[in-house]
Design a protein around this ligand. Structure first.
Ligand SMILES: CSCC[C@H](NC=O)C(=O)N[C@@H](C)C(=O)O
Length: 684
């Protein structure tokens, strides 16, 4: 670790994060009251640079903007008369606040609470409860859901019964003061909502993460009767919500690679007639759904790089109410909720872009009103060094147009380039504050251009485009990425001698794969990668994913489990490789990084391995994250230095990344986060 990179990262963290300490730094859940006069908001607060942010609920008065901290960890839900607010108080308890009297009652549940729904016109609350041992989705960082899961020293035993980690629907009845399970044993409930006949749910027969890919929509008929299947799909199902009168449900049918990252076709199912009406959203992939009233849905979606908010009626008509190519809302994908206002129906969303962090905004036909801005001098500083983000397009060898976002330093081109490939593969970049990974401003400030490509298989361009990667992972999408580098070289934007490839998860897979397919890369940094689909299949918690997306069986020796695995082509690699993994990752287990490192080392290639023992699919803890960024900058500097690029990002007269704000003699990371395993082989 060079002192230069270390002080760059420490100064970057200190200058961007310190001003926001103790304040909301993002917005993860928005729940407007039925009258639209108050909004319950959950977001993360960071108390110290050494600890991860933690979620907290707040209540905002719309008329005055007055904000009150409720505590709790969110999310929340309102009763239909607006007098009660339920919110997740601790991971395993729900608080129900009487907003008239101010009294509050707490209900303990036997697991981690993931969502809440108030019953229409009644006081009961539906809670999605996951057993402590249940998995987080890969999109949520993987690893055990509960921090209180038994420590590894207790020697966990796993048998083949799949009888652990269940998710169930529970009902809280405040009048009776009771809680009871309402979904039957043997059915795992991923999402649920009240409807006229009871409860509808996205459910599967097994609890493990992999079972989600085959989940169906069911009508729950109590804890002792098997549910009735009411909708199924060859793709995945999500975004389930029932109309306020409970007579219809809306959901999305979508080709998904990750639970929690859903973009697809919206459908409305009339629960009485059983008729399914497709919503005609044109080229927009629908990414969130919420009923405004009995007949209208508020939907968000992504159309290429554009974020769209629309209203859909029960007969499937779609009317766009807002769109932006520069701004967006939501996290993995666009998200907004309906709100009633004095100016008529509107929506509330956390709106952000590459230069501005999320701001809770109410949008109506009369305009936009910002209620809560998470911006602070740290985010202003980040904007000042983050360069410029441009939409860019190029053609793949087969003629298909591919789009992406190119962040460039404000110095003249050509720039050294980092191709940062998103995971999924069915996810998508759009001009957002974090650009998914939150690494871009630091890389741009260090002198690198960063390309965020949406190759075929990405979300936001319709189900046909997403389907192009199924059965062809590491096929045509490889050339979508290589052709981007060719196009940017031809345009004089980048220096083809200094191009690195990196990414996490599927982006990690592609980074490893590209290093086996082309010699042009000055560096490859696969993070949480898959490098051997065969061992991945037998060690991941989502082995349905690889079967669906390779469209093959692991037992086919001549099939894609072999032919699309980087490990079997390690001998071809000419690029120095830095492999990163998380020890607690159940989605792409750390063995995937280890195997490729061993294969490269065996062939005397230049490979370095870092495994963070306490991290999951995402490297989240501050110490490990700092270590990762230092390792990344060092590796880039060693193999494709940005040196020489004049730093025009710098705000007047100061050096953005090298100016000490904290004592940078302290070691990074703190001892508790020291990588357990770091290997290095210098093959050439
Ligand atoms: C390559 S195996 C699975 C990878 C994972 N997709 C499916 O679960 C993935 O790429 N996730 C992305 C969204 C990520 O975690 O960044």
């Amino acid at each position: 670790m060079t002192p230069t990179s270390r002080s760059s990262v420490e100064n970057y963290r200190a200058r961007t994060l310190t001003p926001g300490l103790g304040r909301l730094i993002d917005i993860t859940d928005i729940a407007p009251s039925p009258g639209g006069d108050r909004i319950a908001v959950t977001g993360n607060v960071m108390d110290s640079l050494d600890r991860p942010p933690h979620p907290t609920c707040h209540l905002i008065e719309v008329a005055t903007g007055k904000i009150r901290r409720l505590g709790g960890v969110g999310p929340s839900a309102w009763s239909s008369d607006g007098t009660s607010l339920a919110y997740v108080n601790t991971p395993t308890s729900v608080a129900i606040l009487d907003t008239v009297t101010g009294s509050r009652r707490s209900y303990e549940l036997p697991g981690v609470i993931e969502y809440l729904r108030f019953a229409p016109r009644k006081s009961s609350v539906l809670a999605g409860v996951a057993q402590m041992s249940a998995d987080r989705s890969g999109a949520d960082g993987s690893g055990a859901l509960s921090q209180d899961a038994p420590p590894l020293e207790t020697h966990p035993v796993e048998d083949s019964s799949h009888d652990a980690g269940w998710r169930h629907a529970w009902r809280i009845d405040p009048e009776e003061g009771t809680v009871c399970q309402v979904s039957p044993p043997g059915w795992n409930v991923w999402e649920a909502d009240w409807c006229a006949a009871g409860i509808v749910a996205v459910a599967s027969r097994h609890p493990e993460e992999s079972a989600w890919y085959h989940a169906r929509i069911v009508m729950l008929r109590g804890p002792h009767t098997p549910p009735r299947v009411i909708a199924r799909s060859a793709a995945q199902l999500g975004l389930l919500c029932a109309s306020p009168d409970g007579t219809a449900i809306a959901y999305a049918e979508a080709i998904c690679s990750d639970r929690g990252i859903v973009a697809g076709d919206a459908k409305i199912l009339d629960l009485h007639s059983q008729e399914i009406t497709p919503v005609d959203s044109g080229n927009v992939d629908v990414t969130s759904l919420a009923w405004r009233d009995e007949s209208t849905l508020l939907a968000t979606g992504q159309c290429n790089l554009t974020t769209v908010v629309a209203e859909a009626t029960r007969d499937g008509n779609w009317r766009q109410v807002w769109s932006s190519e520069q701004r967006t809302c939501g996290d993995w994908y666009p998200n907004a909720v309906p709100i009633a206002t004095d100016d008529g129906p509107g929506f509330a969303a956390a709106i952000h872009d590459y230069g501005h962090p999320p701001a809770l905004t109410i949008v109506t036909s009369a305009g936009e009103h910002t209620l809560l801005d998470t911006g602070n001098p740290g985010s202003d500083y980040r904007r000042s060094i983050g360069g410029t983000l441009h939409a860019t397009r190029w053609h793949a060898p087969d003629g298909l147009e591919i789009a992406g976002l190119l962040a460039t330093p404000n110095s003249p081109p050509p720039h050294p380039l980092i191709v940062l490939i998103h995971g999924g593969p069915v996810a998508a970049y759009r001009p957002s504050w974090n650009l998914i990974y939150d690494w871009t401003p630091l890389l741009v400030a260090s002198g690198y251009a960063v390309l965020h490509p949406n190759p075929r298989g990405s979300g936001g361009r319709g189900q046909q485009f997403a389907s192009l990667v199924r059965g062809d992972m590491g096929g045509a999408d490889t050339h979508d990425l290589i052709s981007a580098v060719d196009a940017l070289t031809q345009r004089g934007a980048i220096d083809p001698q200094r191009v690195a490839v990196t990414g996490r998860s599927y982006g990690g897979y592609m980074s490893a794969w590209l290093a086996t397919q082309d010699d042009r890369w000055a560096a490859a940094i696969p993070m949480a990668p898959v490098t051997n689909w065969i061992s991945q299949h037998f060690t991941t918690n989502i082995n349905s994913f690889d079967e669906i997306f390779l469209d093959d069986t692991v037992t086919n020796p001549a099939g894609r489990f072999f032919s699309r695995s980087p490990i079997f082509f390690a001998e071809r690699v000419r690029t120095p490789v830095l492999l990163i993994g998380g020890g607690q990752d159940r989605c792409t287990p750390p063995g995937q990084a280890v195997e490729f490192h061993h294969a490269l080392s065996h062939h005397e290639k230049d490979s370095t391995l870092v495994i963070y023992p306490n991290e999951g699919h995402h490297i989240n803890s501050p110490g490990a994250r700092s270590h990762l960024l230092v390792a990344l900058l060092d590796f880039l500097d060693q193999h494709m230095p940005a040196a020489g690029a004049p730093d025009r990002n710098r705000p007047s007269g100061s050096s953005p990344l090298q100016e000490p704000v904290t004592d940078n003699s302290a070691p990074v990371p703190p001892a508790a986060h020291d990588p357990r395993q770091a290997g290095r082989n210098r093959g050439r």
